[in-house]
Design a binder for this molecule. Sequence first.
Ligand code: SF4
Length: 348
Amino acid sequence: MIGGDAPVRIQSMTNTPTRDAAATVAQVVRLAGAGAELVRVAVPRADDTAALPQIVAESPVPIIADVHFHFDRALEAIAAGAAKIRLNPGNIADRDQVLRIIDAAGAAGVAIRVGVNEGSVVERRPGEQRDSDLAAPLAELMAAKMAEYLELFDAAGFEKLVLSVKSHDAVTTVAANRLLSTRWDWPLHLGVTHAGTAETGAIRSAAALGALLCEGIGDTIRISYAGDPVAEVQAACELLASLRLRKRKGVELIACPTCGRLETDITDIVEDVRTALAEVTEPITVAIMGCVVNGPGEAQNADVAICAGKNKAVLYRSGQRIGTVAAGEIVDAVVAEVRDAARSQGYA
Ligand code: SF4
């Protein structure tokens, strides 16, 4: 379920060729394991939709077919058991074809995400700069295009809709989704399109999606950037947990950002602890602090904490000081305490 009382859903998209069903299923399983609740697959070719029945059958989560330009692919994906299709009606020029897709989806109980991208409403010449005041007019243009598309769905009595308006620009994405949320009650899919690599994509997505989610806008999210999509899902999980919209699975790591007071370099220690506890699924807070200035305060609120000093660290459990460990033993000591905390919570 997306929307209504359902939690904000995390989705992602595979980057394997969909026609390679085994590779795609393997990636879907990894994405689901990381926290994706829906996974979208691209279906540009007939052999991609031909692989869908196997993917749908073997996937642990609902599969969304991403359709662009090809009317046939939409019908094939619906017949193949996709739970939802993503459709930008502007990509399918023939109105009758769009209506046939809507009819087929309605008959099969398949949801449709109706998408409007900034590129659907404005074409920028190469090198042309974005005017900083464009966000509001662009949002209006995208909402107007959405209204135009929705007339088709309304005429067909189709209601299993999710709406999305996307831009590569965070400010425009926020403005457009705010506008949609005031005009329609359909669930909203949030994302920033063409966000680039992890460096730009994660931050741009967090800026736009975080602002909207804080206002209660958004029912399903995809953080997208180039690379292994599992990283997108991990970023989406972290964003929703940070906003307390979803419960964090596993360890919440509070770590000193380091400054001139540091007497033991804890950068590697934090990374080693994070890696060692990656498979822990219990909700345990761990603080790794570099000195006594902020350390004891954070330690009070963490399940397990250390405050590092010169060549040693003080170890805390539930706010109580329980001992001192040498710098070289910090990782093992913290990991052992976390596992013990998990056991004593009755999880492990
Ligand atoms: Fe600096 Fe201490 Fe804070 Fe780390 S915990 S950033 S060392 S003041």
